[in-house]
Design a binder for this molecule. Structure first.
Ligand code: AR6
Length: 168
């Protein structure tokens, strides 16, 4: 089971996967961080498709094409903004992982790459987010053959270490 989850350090816009996940906001109209990088790399066609979606509630997910990205699809999910942990943040972050994986399975995505949702400008504590990510991905993979592989893409060594700790 563990071999179906891999930690990869680097830029998610360069990853060859069937789908990459975007840590979006509820407007789905772009932003900074990984969202900005994905929109820049995918090209303006991505924003044009996103404009047709009418936004997305926190914890839910919507899928678009990948356009100029190596990935066939982008799965957009707005993670929770950290407000101290008493506002349902853990459950909403778990929802993000579950809903993205369900969409990936529906679209027959064999490989899916996730960034560390909510751990940037949304300030979700990294170790806590990594534990939730690993728990939810493991649970999903235990009951589904697709996706076959999930990549945890880390922009920095600190994030990679948090996933290492959560996996082992
Ligand atoms: N590849 C992989 N990971 C990246 C990349 C990249 N190219 N760029 C950043 N990261 P953040 P959030 C990492 O802030 O906390 C946007 O404005 C980053 O180091 O992108 O969910 C949206 O529009 C961190 O580990 O997302 C929302 O408004 C992780 O991605 C808001 O930010 C997530 O950081 C969402 O905030």
């Amino acid at each position: 089971m563990q071999t179906r989850i891999e930690i990869v350090q680097g830029d998610i816009t360069k990853i060859q996967a069937d789908a990459i996940v975007n840590a979006a906001n509820t407007s789905l109209l772009g932003g900074g961080g990984v969202d900005g990088a994905i929109h820049r790399a995918a090209g303006p066609e991505l924003l044009a498709e996103c404009r047709t979606l009418g936004g997305c509630p926190t914890g839910q997910a919507k899928i678009t094409g990948g356009y100029r990205l190596p990935a066939r699809y982008v799965i957009h999910t707005p993670g929770p903004i950290w407000h101290g942990g008493q506002s349902g943040e853990d459950d909403l972050l778990a929802d993000c992982y579950r809903n993205c994986l369900a969409l990936a399975a529906e679209h027959d995505c064999r490989t899916v790459a996730f960034p560390a949702i909510s751990t940037g400008v949304y300030h979700f504590p990294l170790d806590r987010a990594a534990a939730i990510a690993v728990r939810e991905i493991r649970a999903f993979l235990q009951t589904h053959a697709v996706p076959e592989r999930v990549l945890l893409v880390c922009f920095d060594a600190r994030t990679a270490q948090a996933y290492e700790n959560a996996l082992h």
